[in-house]
Design a protein. Sequence first.
Length: 163
Amino acid sequence: MAIERQLFRTLLRRWASGVAVVTTRAGDQVAGMTATSFCSVSLEPPLVLVCANEKALTLPVIEKAGGFSVNLLADDQHELSARFALSGNEALRFEGLVCRSGPTGSPWLPDTLAVLDCRTVARHDAGDHVILVGEVQVAEWDEARAPLLYYDAGYRRLTPPGA
Ligand SMILES: Cc1cc2nc3c(=O)[nH]c(=O)nc-3n(C[C@H](O)[C@H](O)[C@H](O)COP(=O)(O)O)c2cc1C
């Protein structure tokens, strides 16, 4: 018998993670959504994954584009996370953001901790989500920035143990 839904959700809140915004571009259509389901998969070849809800509006755009960028947010970017998680504001999500882009053309959000520009190499249905596996084409990071964290449904910053 599977674990009860609310128990499962409560348990998952105890898992701390970084926060990413997954962006994509298919022709003149741009899309992006906040995701904590980012994970490294393989070093050789360099693979990562993200899980997108099957109802996410960003998903069909990623599938059309054949690629996506994973923008890892810095610890002062919680408002960007909230913006890319809100539904109903899709047309406004990139407003005022000066983005660069890499080989896949997916927007790179400004001032992030890091970005990984990925070509989609596999797609797996998994319950109500789709697992997208990307091969990293190009990546950049900023040594000077610290990560935004997400834990127990709230944003956090790194604090070294004992500090
Ligand atoms: C901190 C945080 C993490 C999230 N992680 C994911 C995720 O990993 N996968 C997902 O499908 N949605 C995730 N969401 C929800 C989406 O960001 C949200 O549903 C968004 O509106 C989807 O946008 P779209 O429908 O325009 O693609 C997360 C939301 C927040 C606030």
